[in-house]
Design a protein around this ligand. Sequence first.
Ligand code: NAI
Length: 343
Amino acid sequence: MANKKVKVGIVGLGRQGYQHAENLALRVPNCELIAVCSVVEKEVKEVQEKWGIPYGYADYDEMLENRELEAIFIASPSGFHYEQIEKALEAGFHVFSEKPLGLYLEEAEKVEKAVSRHPDKVFMLGFMRRYDRSYADAKRMIDSGEIGEPVLIRCYGLDPAGKLDSFLKFARDNYSGGLFLDMAIHDLDLARWYLQAEPEEVWAIGGSYARPEFAELGDAETGAAMVRFSGNRIGIFVAGRNCAHGYHIETEIIGTNGTLRIGTVPERNQVMIFNETGAVKKCTGGFLERFEQSYLSEAEEFINCILENRKPSVNVRDGVESTRLGYACKKSFETGKLVRVKS
Ligand code: NAI
């Protein structure tokens, strides 16, 4: 067992997939990345040459025929997830999938059924924040009662304004689920995790402010949702795509005996420059930089679960329930009404 390496194949070699592939090829112990797949053949060749990956595919189904493989990592666009997860499980592989499980609640529920048909396989969803050292530490503190009963969670998920143009270009041709499903989903998951409560009703509002194109797409540039969770717990979620100072992910959990804050100043590092504008700290520029450690830790956990024959703490139900809440937020934003979350 000590020398056993899990043989992995990855589909999707874009922003997220490349990062995962690099971790799997170079940094995750007991793992061997032996196959890569993307519809863009140039990406496949580049990665194969760079890290000496023996198998390259432009077709996902062909990769699944490779019987040397034991596990599949999915980092393709969200619309492909549910089908690719199902196919990989049916073909007998352990599966890690980037969030979300699917673009529609029905797709997420299909994945849940597929996972339950294969109880001997490890299935893990990429809610990487749970593996971030600060978020994991906050969870330990809440569970050990350090802030008393957690009663309110406030989350900011803000993408840098510098990425607005590329996002709008992407969103014109691709359905991403919209602001609440695509962006706030990590926060919705954290709320359930920290509060240990399920959402009951939601009121969400939002709009287009700097860029009217969001309204034309039926989406919001900046939005907010207020959620009542079971036990009268409160969730406040702010999501936006026009954050001038960079990538700002901040979470506050208020308890009956204290408060935790994570990422209040989204600082890049310890450096501060004192100049004519004041005392300035640079902010993180994007998710790959902020969550570098989490992406590696979640991949390590996936491989360890396979080797140790156990299941990760983040499961398919977490994916379904966060999607359900994301859809309720979307519905409330679109109708202007308070929406009951039905499970
Ligand atoms: P991307 O557009 O940069 O990359 C997509 C990749 O999939 C490309 O290599 C593309 O060629 C390949 N591809 C597209 N269709 C394919 C198919 N049918 N078969 C095989 N390969 C195919 O997308 P990005 O930003 O890397 O996002 C990928 C996924 O990761 C999305 O589902 C997104 O929601 C998720 N994501 C998660 C983040 C997190 O923090 N957990 C952050 C960013 C993205």
